[in-house]
Design a protein around this ligand. Structure first.
Ligand code: HEM
Length: 236
């Protein structure tokens, strides 16, 4: 069984590496299921991946850039013939027994504190755009007629929102869908391949501005922003 919306209230619990037709583990190509209370979002970035629902005896092809929601305990397997690139984000229902609330709660706080240290130390959005526009020759032309004062405010507010809220919150989904639309092929035509540079530039900015930067924080920033970023990207 597959639906296209993740239920509200789940928390991010992890993410996979990128897989291609050569590197997708055999365990995913064999029958398997997520444990109770665990969900996954499978994003196809290139080519297409086939989701085979063994319980419903149904197949769904996921062409890039699209995604599918995988439900707890549904026996399934993945298949893909031609070249493809995909990855997964894992979510779980919150566990009230875990100290500090949800599994993601501590990480959220660490990233938010880091962003606040960055802000205290300089303009996050200004350093970000200096970094991002120099990350590839393909990026500057997109911003040829941008009002950067407005853009910096919007970017700063959006990053703060992405750091503070889960992608599963309805308001957050709405924002991400709106940004997905603004960036997709019908509007700004931001190529999906450029998003990784966006995330790298965010982390480079935080590294430059946060005096307490560490490898662990780098991981936490990426884990925090990636799920939202993938949703914006998947709207291409
Ligand atoms: C998760 C990643 C990203 C986020 C959160 C983000 C956020 C935003 C926001 C908040 C806006 C303002 C929207 C508005 O006008 O209402 C915007 C506009 C824009 N973004 Fe992004 N962005 C992302 C990735 C990218 C990437 C990878 C590019 C590649 C070039 C890009 C290019 C642009 C451009 C060209 C605009 C319009 C600027 C203008 O008004 O002239 N964005 N983005």
């Amino acid at each position: 069984m597959a639906i296209d919306r993740l239920p509200a209230g789940l928390v991010l619990s992890g993410g996979s590496l990128f897989f291609t037709e050569e590197t997708m583990p055999d365990s995913l190509r064999r029958e398997h299921a997520l444990p109770a209370q665990h969900w996954a979002v499978l994003h196809a970035f290139e080519g297409s991946v086939t989701f085979v629902d063994l319980q419903a005896d149904a197949e769904r092809i996921i062409p890039a850039p699209d995604h599918i929601i995988i439900h707890p305990e549904v026996r399934h397997l993945l298949a893909g013939e031609g070249p493809f690139r995909c990855r997964m984000d894992f979510f779980r229902e919150p566990d009230p027994d875990i100290h500090m609330g949800t599994p993601g709660a501590h990480a959220d706080e660490a990233v938010r504190d880091s962003l606040e240290r960055c802000e205290a130390n300089g303009g996050f959005a200004e350093v970000f755009y200096n970094t991002f526009l120099n990350a590839s020759a393909e990026i500057a032309p997109y911003f040829a007629s941008t009002d950067f004062e407005r853009q910096r405010t919007l970017l700063r507010d959006t990053v703060y929102t992405m750091v503070s809220h889960h992608v599963t919150e309805p308001e957050m989904r709405e924002l991400l869908e709106k940004l997905g639309e603004a960036h997709n092929r019908n509007n700004r035509n931001v190529l999906p391949v450029l998003y990784e540079l966006w995330l790298d530039s965010i982390c480079e900015t935080a590294k430059a501005l946060d005096p307490e930067w560490s490898e662990d924080l780098d991981r936490q920033w990426r884990a925090r922003l990636r799920p939202g970023m993938q949703i914006i990207m998947a709207a291409y």
